[in-house]
Design a protein around this ligand. Sequence first.
Ligand SMILES: Cc1cc2nc3c(=O)[nH]c(=O)nc-3n(C[C@H](O)[C@H](O)[C@H](O)COP(=O)(O)OP(=O)(O)OC[C@H]3O[C@@H](n4cnc5c(N)ncnc54)[C@H](O)[C@@H]3O)c2cc1C
Length: 232
Amino acid sequence: MEKFSAPLLRKTALTADVYQFDFGWGEKPVDFKAGQFFMMEVVDEAGKVNRSYSVSSTPSYKEGFSLCVKLLPDGRGSKLLRDLPIGGTANFMAAFGHFVLVDSPKDMLMISTGTGLAPFISMVPAVFERGFAGKVTLIFGVRHEEDLFYVDQLREWEKAHANFKAIVTLSQPTDSWTGEKGRVTDHLGNFDPQAVQVYICGNGDMVKTVKTLMDEKGVPKLDIHLEQFTTL
Ligand SMILES: Cc1cc2nc3c(=O)[nH]c(=O)nc-3n(C[C@H](O)[C@H](O)[C@H](O)COP(=O)(O)OP(=O)(O)OC[C@H]3O[C@@H](n4cnc5c(N)ncnc54)[C@H](O)[C@@H]3O)c2cc1C
């Protein structure tokens, strides 16, 4: 585990409350695997806490790393990131987590809601870099159209890689939405439970629900990979 201080290079609004934060490496790049998370140190009047954020850039990107974060009102990590100026530094520890790609020829099913998409933005290019030949299906769900982000990136990957498909679904669409509707669980489709690696990331309830469905479908436990975001 390494501790380091990283300068903020760019802050990009992806929605009203989800931002991409691009950091440079401090003194030297830190090793991590696609899907892992970093912990950011927050020191404020209430004391010191750490907040976990999945890295949304690929390990092969050497200039720095990116985070995709939903800024919550009054959240302690959110406040630090919201107030951090370009050129200002944040302290991190890295890298953590077992939500990483396993070496398997099985097709991949990736399921995310909200900023749970973040680790997949790192993992999908890593899958392509490996020359993976199986099918990769990514399901991304949010409530409303204005909550969507990175959809152009997903569509570009679909065009560039015939084995990649993104299903973007809204649980509370307006009448003008012509895309997929419903929850991520409405779009799991038919698949051979013995022939798929399942990766699930997002809020705790969604992750538990999808995990239970996968258990019921008979996906072997070792082929189900989870990352649960907690907010408190
Ligand atoms: C492995 C992992 C990876 C993660 N990756 C990401 C990621 O990539 N992107 C991302 O956006 N998030 C991610 N998270 C979630 C992230 O770590 C934070 O939990 C989240 O961003 C909220 O942190 P915060 O400090 O801003 O808010 P907190 O300070 O934890 O507060 C959360 C909310 O609760 C409210 N609140 C605080 N205290 C109280 C109280 N006493 N009573 C009532 N309400 C209260 C706040 O107003 C706020 O709205 C990840 C979590 C884990 C575990």
